[in-house]
Design a protein around this ligand. Structure first.
Ligand code: GLC
Length: 662
């Protein structure tokens, strides 16, 4: 049961698409204060748990910290980080005698103080007094999530090939460099389905252009790659470069499709291309205009896109650097003190993505003119909606791969997300594992992190261990930043170790795809915390470094360096599946605690008692997988397989389900 409560005049975000009448009574469960914006508070007992918040740092149970949902462009994902790229205001509160969900549908910042300021209080607050609050009641966490997900609409479904292993780098600088990446994978028989084109494929970082010198005849190149089973996936950034003669810029200015500053001129900010304008994605006409541009690239054979810098990221605006310049001028020639230095340093550092800039531009929406800061969290969502609608118009019968960095609930219907600029840190393997269930709760099923880590240097063991988690994430992409050590699998010793791990991913695709589709069709979770599945088991409730994948598998990856293996908790008897040098060995294990030895080049996962999963033979691309010949492993006798053509939209066809028996 989902109920809606209205505060002020909320912006219609279209996160919830089911028609729910507004209640006239007060929001239940919470004490409300309106002294300073809106503040909802709730007493928590020590055993109570708070789950959700989608893309956020720290635990699966969010207790013990303060989070802010403000789509951020922040590459430092540490325990201190309050906001990441997504703004996902959905939580489920599990208390002694009740469990309920709450969604704050508010496009600007909402703060979630989860028993941080007061150890026994949940306080949710916002300066924005215009929002919808939805309360979702149900008897289990899954029921609440299903109810919420049904109200926000079905999650995005990528093409089947997007379940393959994919390789990225900021940037491969030419077609030849990409040819080499593909050649090395093929030569070593490491499966690969796609390579990404990061910003350098463009001419001076201008969206929908091609750097003719290094990426000329992209169409021919896409064909050449396709012959080798490789798809190309370009990046598209939110900012449109200001440059005379550049058609996207000129059209946008002429038609008034860019966000405006206070004087009504297109707002200017610096991102990768230099000074840019931001398309006003909250204006349906602008959205349609920008979305239609993707066809320029699909006509060249591109089959997927990655939407980036769409918080939107702002390095600086002219206005903010002018102020800095003024400050420097005032200090020039005078004695420079340590305080001056600190002031200047702090000032410059805070110019990036600063509130002043976000307060300085406007959107013309069908609901009226809005200052950006009041609708900030909808920008990436609507950029991606623009892309999805454009792709649908360009090729209505085809699924495209699409994922975005910034997001809001509602965007899950249009695309997946990746979790942005992480680091080659061991703690980020665990951080990824913990963020996955929360994302699923909010509807984002097609998700994954930059495997191996984006920032700083990746080591061989880190990549091996990270891939052992990555083989279970729908988006499986190895990506790294400019200036860091190259981390394609073949750059390291004994590349066959990587091949075996990625082969296992391909063997599991019939299972992973089936479970993904079941979760999408029913509004269920693909990544489940043990706490949700075994709520009566106190150890399971507190286990935050293991996950269930679909209905049959449990994973417990290694996330520490130089480890022999790890402690694993089995909440029930399970079959351990060990992959060593491509061979699988099954061992029955009993409920309880175990130390499981896992070498760097091994993967161990667990099949639940009485369940079975299908495996196919591996292949070097998803298209070569033979999903007709499946082997069932585990103690169960049957498995309900989902298959379809992997490209079209006939999802609900009952013929897509087939009961496999041993
Ligand atoms: C951003 C993206 C990253 C990309 C880079 C250059 O940092 O998050 O994935 O490689 O921009 O385009």
């Amino acid at each position: 049961m989902m109920k809606k409560y209205v505060f002020g005049t909320p912006f219609e975000t279209e996160a919830v698409i089911r028609d729910i009448p507004a209640e006239s009574s007060a929001v239940p469960y919470f004490a409300l204060s309106t002294h300073n914006g809106l503040e909802f508070s709730l007493e928590l007992e020590s055993r109570d748990a708070v789950y959700g918040l989608g893309e956020s740092v720290r635990g699966i149970n969010k207790r013990g910290y303060t989070y802010s949902t403000f789509c951020a462009d922040d590459p430092n994902h540490t325990e201190a980080t309050r906001s990441l790229y997504g703004a996902h205001n959905f939580i489920v509160i599990e208390q002694k005698d009740r469990v309920f969900g709450v969604f704050f549908d508010c496009p600007s910042t909402v703060n979630f103080d989860v028993a941080f300021t007061n150890a026994d209080k949940l306080i949710i607050s916002s300066d924005n007094t215009n929002m919808y609050v939805y309360i979702i009641d149900g008897s289990t966490i899954y029921e609440i999530i299903r109810e919420f997900r049904n109200a926000i609409g079905m999650s995005y479904i990528p093409p089947m090939w997007a379940f393959g292993y994919t390789q990225c780098r900021w940037s491969y600088l030419s077609k030849d460099e990409i040819r080499e990446v593909v050649r090395r994978h093929r030569e070593l028989h490491i499966p690969l389905d796609a390579v990404y084109l990061d910003i350098d494929y463009m001419e001076r970082y201008k969206d929908f252009t091609i750097d003719e010198e290094n990426f000329g005849d992209l169409e021919g190149f896409a064909k050449e790659m396709k012959e080798q089973g490789i798809r190309l996936v370009p990046i598209i950034d939110a900012g449109v470069k200001i440059e005379e003669g550049y058609d996207v810029y000129e059209e946008g200015v002429e038609k008034g499709y860019f966000c405006k500053d206070a004087e009504g001129k297109p707002f200017e900010a610096c991102v990768w291309p230099g000074m840019t304008h931001f398309p006003d994605f909250l204006n349906p006409e602008a959205r349609q205009w920008f979305g239609a541009k993707y066809k320029i690239l699909t006509d060249m054979g591109m089959e997927g896109f990655c939407n980036d810098m769409n918080a939107p990221a702002i390095f600086f605006s002219q206005n903010s650097v002018d102020k800095t310049a003024q400050m420097v001028k005032e200090k020039a020639g005078k004695e420079f003190t340590i305080d001056d230095f600190r002031e200047l340093q702090g000032y410059l550092g805070s110019r990036q993505n600063c509130e002043e800039d976000y307060s300085g531009f406007y959107h013309d929406t069908p609901q009226g003119r809005y200052c950006h800061k009041d609708v900030h969290n909808l920008y990436g969502y609507n950029m991606t909606r623009s892309a999805a609608e454009g792709l649908k118009a360009a090729e209505p019968d085809k699924r495209f791969l699409l994922f975005s960095r910034a997001s809001y609930i509602g965007m899950h219907r249009y695309s997946g997300i990746w979790t942005g600029d992480n680091h080659s840190w061991w703690s980020h393997i665990l951080a990824e594992l913990k963020v996955l269930p929360g994302l699923n709760m909010c509807g984002f099923l097609y998700v994954g992190a930059d495997l191996g880590g984006f920032g700083c240097e990746c080591s061989r063991d880190l990549l091996l261990r990270w891939l052992s988690l990555g083989i279970f994430t729908p988006l499986m992409r190895n990506h790294s930043a400019l200036g860091t050590r190259y981390q394609e699998c073949y750059r390291f010793e004994n590349p066959e170790d990587f091949k075996h791990i990625i082969n296992l991913r391909y063997r599991l695709i019939p299972y992973l795809y089936s479970e993904y589709m079941k979760a999408a069709l029913k509004g269920d979770m693909y990544f489940k915390p043990l706490a949700f599945e075994y709520p009566q088991d106190e150890v399971a409730r507190h286990t935050e470094d293991q996950l269930l994948i679909g209905n049959e598998i449990m994973i417990a990856p290694v996330y520490t360096q130089n480890a022999m293996g790890r402690y694993v908790y089995l909440p029930e008897d399970m079959t351990a599946v060990r992959m060593n040098a491509g061979k699988l060995t099954l061992t029955e294990m009993s409920k309880g605690h175990h130390f499981v030895e896992i070498a760097e080049n091994e993967v161990v996962f667990y099949i639940r008692k009485g369940k079975a999963i299908p495996l196919c033979k591996s292949a070097e691309t998803t298209e070569e997988l033979n999903t007709a010949e499946l082997e069932l492993i585990g103690t169960g006798d049957e498995y309900l397989l989902y298959t379809d053509d992997g490209m079209g939209f006939d999802f609900e066809n009952p013929d897509n389900f087939r009961l496999l028996k041993k």
